[in-house]
Design a binder for this molecule. Structure first.
Ligand SMILES: NC(=O)c1ccc[n+]([C@@H]2O[C@H](COP(=O)([O-])OP(=O)(O)OC[C@H]3O[C@@H](n4cnc5c(N)ncnc54)[C@H](OP(=O)(O)O)[C@@H]3O)[C@@H](O)[C@H]2O)c1
Length: 257
């Protein structure tokens, strides 16, 4: 018997990294999972590689209201309702000093990371209420714990994700829905590899070594370690937990090292 038998979950950004690991774990625990992203080939390849009949995909851009309405409606049509939503889709773009950043860069990061998270709540909450309750997890970042040069849009967006949660969870609780945030630290995946290359195209390994030195646990985290935290927050193991920002980051957010 799984921890999520008979549950229906949406995982945005489920075609790669943290989202794919989360879809895999939630499905292993018995949930039917709809993964959402913009790139059909990536979603299809992930569904095939995870090889679980309870995982399927839907192409949508989380920053667009009509798309968010559509992925929630598709989960209802395909699986009968929605109990869990993991608003994980996010973009980083390149490192760039604040005064050189384009308006397009700022708008795109805010639209995907912040508006996308809010839209996932807006459309999934009423469906969860129809089922008697549910759980939503938004994904912020260690970038919400402080500043980091050349990261202005991303840092602002990840602070804002926590702001969205801190207001929305109060609206959601009377509807039987718990909303929490997970803030991953540096995770061993394509997004971090992109950041390392953006910081030092000639020597990304040097950036990684420098980052690792700052982490009290002296290593990057794994996608699966974030997925375990998400499972906790969407399962009955956390029925008294709401409005929390759970940092899964090897200790870096709470360290002055
Ligand atoms: N990697 C880290 O170290 C780290 C640290 C802290 C926080 N995070 C956060 O963790 C979350 C997952 O990131 P990840 O590390 O797993 O990186 P990732 O592999 O780049 O995953 C991001 C996913 O989001 C999807 N996505 C991006 N924009 C989208 C949009 N507009 N609509 C729908 N889907 C969209 C991407 O697919 P498409 O491009 O095909 O749409 C991709 O599958 C993000 O919110 C990220 O900010 C990551």
């Amino acid at each position: 018997m799984g921890k999520l038998d008979n549950k229906v979950a949406i995982v945005t950004g489920g075609g790669s990294g943290i989202g794919a690991a989360t879809a895999n774990l939630l499905a292993q625990e018995g949930a039917k999972v709809l993964i959402v992203g913009r790139t059909e080939a990536k979603l299809k390849a992930t569904v095939e590689s995870l090889n679980n009949p309870n995982i399927s995909y839907f192409v949508a851009d989380v920053s667009k209201g009509a798309d968010a309405e559509a992925y929630v409606a598709e989960a209802v049509k395909r699986y009968g309702g929605v109990d869990i939503c993991v608003a994980n889709a996010g973009i980083f773009r390149e490192l760039i000093p604040t005064h050189l950043m384009s308006e397009d860069h700022f708008d795109e990061v805010m639209n995907v990371n912040v508006k996308g998270a809010w839209l996932s709540i807006k459309y999934s909450l009423p469906e969860m209420q129809k089922r008697g309750g549910g759980a939503i997890v938004l994904i912020s970042s260690v970038a919400a714990s402080g500043g980091f040069g050349a990261h202005t849009a991303y840092t602002a967006s990840k602070h804002a994700v926590i702001g969205v949660m801190r207001s929305a969870f109060l609206d959601a609780l009377p509807m039987g829905v718990r909303i929490n945030v997970i803030s991953p630290g540096t995770i061993e995946n394509d997004m971090m590899a992109g950041l390392e290359s953006s910081a030092s195209p000639d020597n990304p390994q040097a950036v990684k070594d420098m980052m690792i030195q700052r982490i009290p646990m002296k290593r990057y985290g794994k996608n699966e370690e974030i997925a375990q935290g998400i499972l906790y927050l969407v399962s009955d193991a956390s029925t008294y937990v709401a409005g929390v920002n759970l940092e899964i980051d090897g200790g870096i957010s709470n360290s002055l090292m």
